[in-house]
Design a protein around this ligand. Structure first.
Ligand SMILES: *Cc1c(COP(=O)(O)O)cnc(C)c1O
Length: 366
């Protein structure tokens, strides 16, 4: 009996993506082995954190890096580093910023909830979000007009959650940051191109370790050396309750080393096309393959459910599959428009077959 079954829980079939609610990523054997070995030894954590910075630098092209428990804590730590720097009394006083600049300008369409609000992570680090512009329109003039002597950072959130239409570009944000000598933080939590975002000239970039990277529940901040040093210093203050363990650090580094090795090249397109061909024949189901809306190399099978013919709407299909045993999760954030998708990354070939069986049984063609 497995460790989950022993607790009376059946492991889920996850076709929805790298979802925190489903435990993030499933780790490959080399990552699990690195974590197990790390767990069996003591190590000087300060030394480990510095060396980790070098591995992160190599993987991202940034000058240095700092492991975190996730992208969420990475945002808090990045903000804390910019508010308090390296000064011990400032570090220990956070989240009270004292008289330091601590406003963090955030485009209104980027003020999202990824499971918790971005604004709250900024507050945790001693910052205060100032939302700029409107959800669907923010110009450079809006941002420039909001910059004052209290501004500590500009924050840019790169995500499928955020509204990018009608909004000032990252390049413009970085140019404004340079002009006013204000650092730019990019939250690239789920992005898969680890070198692209640091190369934009952003001062600090935050990634999740448990999403695209496929590592354990973890994260990292990378960027300019002096700022990363200030990030590490926050572990003597605000970041202490976000302490990252030796096992997690080693798991993250191993995932970074092997990142991209198993890229299929076509982002799952062929597998998903085969799946779409099987599921598209079901009553009331039209199936296509679509590329990721944020432009990443991920191709998903998209099922459009006609509730009359299928006798169940998309939300009902998702609900029934999740309620079965084992629970099956499709990507359902567009279910209100009749669309459900299947993400190729977290499912095995065996699970694909189970998925077809379950969906066929549910829609009365099994
Ligand atoms: C997932 C996500 C986060 C949080 O990442 P964790 O690693 O789970 O802490 C932050 N920002 C965005 C845009 C995300 O998608």
């Amino acid at each position: 009996m497995g460790v989950y079954e022993e607790l009376g829980i059946s492991p889920a079939i996850n076709a929805s993506g790298k979802m925190t609610a489903l435990g993030g990523s499933v780790l490959d054997d080399t990552v699990v082995a690195a974590m197990a070995e790390a767990a069996r030894n003591h190590v000087v954590m300060d030394d480990l954190m510095k060396v980790a910075g070098e591995v992160i630098a190599k993987a991202t092209g940034a000058e240095d890096g700092c492991p975190t428990t996730g992208a969420a804590s990475g945002i808090a730590i990045a903000v804390a580093a910019l508010v308090a720097g390296m000064e011990p009394d400032r570090i220990e006083r956070l989240p009270d910023p004292g008289d330091r600049p601590h406003e963090v300008l955030l485009l209104k369409g980027h003020s999202v909830n990824f499971g918790a609000p971005v604004r709250q992570m900024v507050a945790l680090g001693g910052g205060r979000v100032v939302e700029v512009g409107s959800v669907n329109k923010v110009t450079a003039a809006h941002v420039e007009g909001a910059i004052t002597g209290r501004t500590a950072a500009l924050l840019y959130v790169q995500s499928h959650h955020t509204v990018h239409k009608g909004s000032v570009s990252l390049a413009d944000m970085i140019a404004m940051g340079r002009r006013h000598d204000i650092p730019v933080i990019v939250d690239a939590a789920a992005e898969d191109d680890l070198r692209h975002w640091p190369a934009t000239g952003a001062d600090l970039v935050v990634f999740s370790g448990g999403k695209a990277i496929g590592g354990p529940t973890s994260g990292l901040v990378c960027g300019r050396r002096t700022l990363i040093e200030a990030c590490r210093a926050q572990y003597t203050g605000i970041a202490r309750p976000m302490k990252v363990g030796k096992e997690t650090v080693l798991g993250l580094l191993q995932a970074l080393r092997t990142y991209g090795d198993d890229e299929v090249g076509d982002g799952g397109r062929e597998r998903m096309a085969a799946l779409a061909a099987q599921l598209g024949g079901l009553p009331g189901v039209t199936a296509t393959v679509e590329r990721d809306e944020a432009g990443r190399n991920i191709h998903r099978a998209v099922l459009t459910v006609d509730p009359v013919t299928a006798r169940l709407d998309a939300q009902g299909v998702a609900r029934e599959l999740a309620a079965g045993s084992p629970p099956v999760f499709l990507r359902d954030h567009q279910a209100n428009t009749g669309r459900l998708s299947i993400d190729p990354r977290p499912i095995t070939v065996a699970e694909e077959a189970e998925l077809v069986t379950r969906i066929s049984a549910l829609l009365g063609a099994g």
